[in-house]
Design a protein around this ligand. Structure first.
Ligand SMILES: O=P(O)(O)OC[C@H]1O[C@H](OP(=O)(O)OP(=O)(O)O)[C@H](O)[C@@H]1O
Ligand SMILES: Nc1nc2[nH]cnc2c(=O)[nH]1
Length: 184
């Protein structure tokens, strides 16, 4: 799928597929170094992080295990409700494990903040976060994030896992939508 297939829905491409690939290779190399000799568990946060997990995991040089959690705080809108629901919990007992949460985006930070305290209570040996995107201007909570792909402006973005009302997740790049699409 490319820009032409988006018709008039897309306003602009913010981060290209090539830029994403290069950044994930860079983050994977750092993660390989930081977790050398450890038995790392990467936890993808469904649904948005599917693409990042798939590409990051393949860029890693070391063996990792993978698990998934599904949480939702956005529903069909463009604003975080702040109320996080677990839709699917981990299959893995993370007590004593080195755990890396993989996210597509940190916006207000409310989802991740809730997730971190939830997972911390399960007593992992270590708990860190890798996110492809972060919006510093939108932060409502201060979170220490070990691996950040791109800091982006405070705009609603879609693509590479990120949806608007479940659409656009399969775009290979990150972009913004024309205002008419979300009623702006
Ligand atoms: O920092 P915040 O403001 O809390 O926003 C970030 C969260 O929003 C998105 O998930 P969403 O609830 O849209 O679910 P999805 O991944 O299934 O699309 C994204 O995947 C993050 O988990
Ligand atoms: N699609 C999408 N989901 C989000 N969840 C939190 N921020 C965003 C965003 O900018 N776009």
């Amino acid at each position: 799928m490319d820009e032409k297939d988006m018709g008039t829905d897309l306003e602009k491409v913010l981060i290209t597929k090539e830029e994403i690939d290069a950044k994930l290779a860079e983050l994977a190399a750092r993660i390989d170094r930081d977790y050398a000799g450890k038995d790392l568990l990467i936890v993808g946060v469904l649904k948005g992080a599917v693409m990042v997990m798939a590409d990051l995991a393949r860029a890693l040089g070391s063996h990792v295990t993978m698990d998934w959690m599904a949480v939702s705080s956005y529903g069909a809108g463009t604003k975080s409700s702040g109320v996080v629901r677990i839709l699917k919990d981990l299959d893995t007992d993370i007590a004593g494990r080195d755990v890396l949460i993989v996210e597509d985006i940190i916006d207000s930070g409310l989802t991740l903040s809730w997730l971190l305290s939830n997972l911390r209570s399960r007593r992992p040996a270590s708990l860190n976060v890798c996110t492809l995107l972060r919006k510093p201007e939108a932060a409502k909570v201060d979170i220490d994030v070990a691996y950040v792909g791109f800091d982006i402006p405070n705009e609603f973005v879609v693509g590479y896992g990120l949806d608007f009302a479940e659409k656009y997740r399969n775009l290979p790049f990150v972009g913004t939508l024309a205002p008419h699409v979300y009623g702006g």
